[in-house]
Design a protein around this ligand. Structure first.
Ligand code: SF4
Length: 199
């Protein structure tokens, strides 16, 4: 992965956001309303990485604020017992792909140095990768998410748990139980008590 000159000198998230600036390093800039950098605790133990902004996120400039975002909020609050402000949430690409298509390989590659720097700066203890684009980008594989989820992997020395994207759960609510199983593994590694039954 090519790094952008000067990126190593960035020492915190606000510096990274300033470095990214009014980014035009890939073609996704053309369709964005807002660049969606990331949100949450800059020293979070737990970091969620999604695919890219959708329409609601593009409009608000914040990740996971639409219907899929509500599912992620439920996972964080009702499942794990934390608040959104306790964790860090971001995406592989920071600008909305048109029509909610998957980001293309050149777009992922152009934005990847920013995600890697975010991981280095937040230094989470655990990463949860949401959906195939996030998992495949972080692991540099093409294996389907259905075969990767539920098992620990490693990114930058950080344990990473792949699970389904909340938008997938909107279409396949029966698979929420699989995500809950993955999240329970995350909670165990965090040393958090796993309730016997989810409310
Ligand atoms: S997606 Fe990333 S690389 Fe592309 S324009 Fe947006 S911030 Fe820049």
């Amino acid at each position: 992965m090519e790094r952008y000159p000067g990126l190593e000198k960035v020492t915190d998230l606000s510096g990274l956001r300033a470095f990214i600036g009014d980014c035009r390093r890939c073609k996704l800039w053309q369709g964005r309303t807002n660049l969606v950098f990331g949100t949450g605790n800059p020293q979070a133990e737990l970091m969620f990485v999604g695919e890219g902004p959708g329409a609601d996120e593009d409009a608000r400039g914040e990740p996971f604020v639409g219907r899929a975002g509500q599912i992620l909020t439920d996972i964080i609050e009702r499942g794990i017992g934390l608040g959104r402000a306790d964790v860090y949430i971001c995406n592989v690409v920071k600008c909305r792909p048109p029509g909610n298509r998957n980001p293309e390989p050149d777009e992922v590659a152009a934005c990847e140095p920013f995600l890697m720097r975010q991981i280095e700066l937040v230094r989470p203890k655990i990463i949860v990768a949401l959906g195939s684009v996030a998992v495949q980008s972080l692991l540099k594989v093409k294996t389907p998410i259905s075969r990767l989820r539920g098992e620990w992997h490693e990114v930058h020395g950080v344990p990473m748990m792949p699970t389904f994207h909340p938008a997938y759960l909107l279409r396949n609510p029966a698979d929420k139980r699989l995500v809950w199983a993955d999240i329970q593994k995350v909670m165990k590694l965090m040393g958090r008590e796993v309730p016997k039954r989810r409310r």
